[in-house]
Design a protein around this ligand. Structure first.
Ligand code: SAH
Ligand code: SF4
Ligand code: F3S
Length: 451
């Protein structure tokens, strides 16, 4: 078989797509390889969210060219997929003429056909950026064998919210919900391949609806209930949610569905209503706080995490302080924070009042400091607690790995293992773990049950 090397940038949905691309190409004679030097086909599955992410792709393309030239290797087919492909299209080939193929996130089911064309005529360039009439989910095979115990399923793609800073509505297209039937079918097949934890993905995952059922609203809360009925599935998570789509069914699922983990990633972006308005987020800071309050009413111990952008155009010192205030109020369990990056084509890129880069850096440093403080404090609260952990992996330091219900990485000392089973059999099982130490980004624990 020929060799495929694939590099993935950006969000989890891109990683999910990459798995599907490899699976698709396997049927067309390409076997995945971790070694770029032996690749006959290289795919870069790219991200356009911030300037840095996109520039990284261009520097990687330069390195790939040097690699086959300096090592006198036969030139591999080079494909750019994902969100930079969708946003920049043929510009990529203009800037890096050694790229053979550009394929958008909705069009990658065309890959085998396009590669065949290039194999027939290596001078040909192929570009496919269409949003196909038959959504990609309806033409994919679901038998990805990733060997993972915890794995992703994309249930929703695209976005109609048009936050002023964001490229996603342009790169992924309009909001689309996959059918319930197709999602459940894929999950069934995943369970046959050993998956025990499902992470439901979407740019606005909680906007998901099953539109085939006209008589009854069937939403993310209902879907989670049905996935929980599958015996082999032991744990369910979902990401990323939008405050506007946080409905009561989903909130109640956090109380009623035991397999749904007590973790909610709900980005607020800024604590200032002025900036939220400029960002076109369509919610205020106090509306966000009300949602958190309601969620905690149903699930008191839930871990809340968020995304923040600092230095959006027009952000004043007062706006920045409002963000610090909301962090102090919610005390997020974890967060991602970014300096605003101007993206061409977005509304924010047309705004004046750009914040100076150094000031952005200072503000980012300041919010990351307090976010880290609350993360450490949240992790510290885990010490001496005892909770079930699904074992997903093992490392070379005699530790098993898993995630806490609150989404922290947990390292578990192998020597405290109560059962002497072959280790492969333990991966995929749930064990009670007592946390003995907490760090900034992880927890350390011992096995506690005596099976
Ligand atoms: N759909 C999700 C987020 C998708 S993008 C939501 O609505 O929250 C992931 C994160 O990247 C965003 O939450 C935002 O914090 C960040 N981001 C998006 N565009 C950005 C930009 N232009 N500059 C800096 N960060 C950005
Ligand atoms: Fe981007 Fe906003 Fe859509 Fe999230 S909700 S993907 S931030 S436009
Ligand atoms: Fe990046 Fe596209 Fe995901 S822009 S964050 S890869 S949706």
């Amino acid at each position: 078989m020929k060799k495929l090397f694939i590099k993935t940038y950006g969000c989890q949905m891109n990683f999910y797509d990459s798995d599907h691309m490899s699976n698709l190409l396997h049927d067309h004679g390409y076997e995945k390889s971790e070694e770029i030097k032996e690749a006959d086909l290289i795919i870069l599955n790219t991200c356009h969210i911030r300037d840095k992410a996109a520039e990284k792709m261009y520097s990687d393309l330069g390195r790939i060219k040097k690699n086959y030239e300096n090592n006198n290797l036969l030139k591999p087919i080079i494909a750019v997929a994902g969100c930079v492909a969708q946003a920049e299209g043929k510009e990529i080939i203009k800037r890096s003429p050694w790229v053979d193929l550009v394929v958008g996130p909705q069009a990658y089911t065309d890959l085998p056909k396009l590669i065949e064309k290039i194999n027939k005529n290596s001078k040909k360039k192929e570009i496919s950026l269409k949003f196909p009439e038959i959504p990609k989910f309806d033409s994919l095979k679901f038998d990805r064998k990733t060997g993972k115990v915890s794995d992703f399923v994309t249930i929703q793609e695209g976005c109609d919210k048009f936050c002023s800073f964001c490229v996603v509505p342009f790169t992924r297209g309009p909001e689309y919900s996959r059918s319930k039937k197709s999602i459940l079918e894929e999950i069934k097949i995943m369970t046959q391949n050993g998956v025990k934890e499902i992470i439901l993905l979407g740019q606005n995952v909680n906007a998901w609806r099953d539109y085939s059922n006209k008589s009854k609203i069937y939403n993310l809360g209902s879907l989670i209930e049905d996935i929980a009925k599958i015996d082999e599935i032991l744990s369910i998570r979902y990401t990323t949610s939008h405050p506007l789509d946080m409905d009561l069914d989903l909130i109640k699922a956090h109380k009623n569905v035991e397999k749904l983990m007590p973790y909610l990633h709900l980005p607020i972006q800024s604590g200032s209503d002025n900036i939220l308005k400029k960002m076109n987020r369509k919610h205020t800071a106090s509306e966000y706080l009300k949602i958190i309050e309601l969620v905690k009413k149903y699930r008191e111990d839930i871990a809340i995490s968020s995304d923040f952008i600092v230095g959006h155009p027009g952000e004043t010192k007062e706006d920045h302080h409002k963000t610090l205030e909301i962090i102090n109020e919610v005390k997020f369990a974890s967060s991602y924070s970014f300096m605003y990056s101007e993206r061409s084509g977005t509304k924010s890129s047309e705004l004046d009042e750009n914040v100076d880069d150094n000031l952005k850096k200072t503000r980012l440093y300041e919010i990351q400091n307090i976010l880290n403080h609350y993360q450490l404090a949240f992790n510290k609260k885990m010490e001496n607690l005892d909770f079930p952990v699904l074992i997903t992996d093992k490392n070379k330091n005699y530790q098993f790995l898993g995630r806490s219900p609150y989404n922290q990485t947990v390292y578990i000392n192998e020597e405290t293992l109560p059962v002497k089973k072959p280790h492969e059999k333990l991966i995929g099982s749930i064990f009670n773990v007592k946390i003995i130490k907490s760090n900034q980004n992880s927890l350390l624990g011992n096995f506690t049950n005596n099976d």
